[in-house]
Design a protein around this ligand. Structure first.
Ligand SMILES: N[C@@H](CCC(=O)N[C@@H](CS)C(=O)NCC(=O)O)C(=O)O
Length: 307
């Protein structure tokens, strides 16, 4: 089996969601540390323009967005499960709620506190990335509201733990826990030096749960150079995919399309449609440095446009 290669950087909270899943499964993986801002010259040949962090590569298959990365890890290493049997939909739905609602509120807290200490190039990059102002003064002014919103949303997760269960869906950690660990880890690590600062200091069950999540670790990473990951892609052949003929979109195999995230980092990636299911869309593209790759995106939250 080809190695799972994660393209990420240490401070990235969405990457932590994946790293803790590697910890949960105690698997070996390869780590490529990518830049925190554009340009990302060694990532673009793989993704064709998708710029978000993280990205997972297996041979010449490139998986964008943690929604899909987590499903792909689960497919390759099913045990222990990220998707508890019979509750797969619940785990995925909770992860969507957390990714889309809690993450940005938590970013508001962290950026409000750190905005005036971050390099101008980073603030400019993130303004363009998100379509929101990352001006240090504006971030500071918005932080109290971000704190309240994060508190209100995390209180819902706290309520899930109130019956004494150690994790969101029961005894074992699952996809939903990895997703929630993303914003909680971000606040703790960036602002509290690992300690539960506000609003986590008012949420004792979440604070205790986050220690259990931290204990999972990050699996067994081995760092490799970006150039080595490109060589892996060049030497590999993408895995087979199929296009669902009954898909409600009416899209057809072989059609040229572009795929774009609907929220942030809205860079379209173009290619030939080679895979379509209810949870992913896959396009084949050719890059002059690495040859043929297939780039996979989730369906939810991604816009497909016929070229
Ligand atoms: N929906 C995406 C969100 C990823 C995301 O927003 N990642 C942040 C870093 S944690 C990012 O891409 N920031 C800009 C960058 O790294 O260039 C996912 O689940 O992977």
């Amino acid at each position: 089996m080809s190695d799972m290669i994660l393209h990420h950087y240490p401070n990235s909270p969405f990457s932590e969601k994946v790293r803790v899943a590697f910890g949960l499964k105690q698997v070996p993986w390869k780590s490529v540390v990518i830049p925190t801002v554009l340009p990302k010259p060694d990532l673009m040949p793989l993704t064709g323009g998708y710029r978000k962090t993280p990205v997972m590569q297996v041979g010449a298959d490139i998986y964008c967005d943690t929604q899909l990365i987590m499903l792909e890890i689960e497919k390759r290493i099913p045990s222990p499960p990220l998707l508890p049997k019979g509750r797969e939909g619940e785990a995925r739905a909770l992860a969507m709620w957390i990714d889309r609602n809690i993450f940005w509120a938590a970013v508001g807290i962290v950026m409000g506190a750190l905005g005036d200490k971050l390099p101008e190039a980073f603030l400019k990059d993130r303004s363009a990335f998100s379509g929101r102002s990352f001006d240090a003064a504006a971030l500071k002014a918005a932080a109290p509201m971000a704190l309240q919103q994060t508190y209100a949303q995390l209180a819902i997760a706290e309520q899930m733990l109130a019956d004494g269960r150690p994790h969101l869906l029961g005894d074992a950690p699952c996809l939903a826990d990895c997703a929630l660990y993303n914003p909680v880890w971000f606040i703790k690590e960036r602002l509290g030096g690992g300690k539960p600062v506000a609003p986590l200091d008012r949420l004792p069950l979440i604070a205790a749960w986050s220690e259990r999540m931290k204990a999972l670790g990050s699996g067994k990473p081995t760092e490799i150079a970006a150039a080595d990951a490109l060589d892996v892609a060049k030497a590999a052949i993408p895995e087979a995919t199929t296009v669902d003929r009954d898909d409600p979109s009416g899209l057809k195999a072989g059609q040229r399309i572009s795929v774009t995230p609907d929220d942030t980092g809205k860079v379209p990636v173009g290619g030939e449609l080679v895979g379509l299911t209810n949870d992913r869309v896959s396009i084949r593209r050719h890059d002059e440095r690495i040859g043929e790759v297939v780039v996979h995106f989730p369906r939810a939250g991604f816009v497909i446009t016929p070229a």
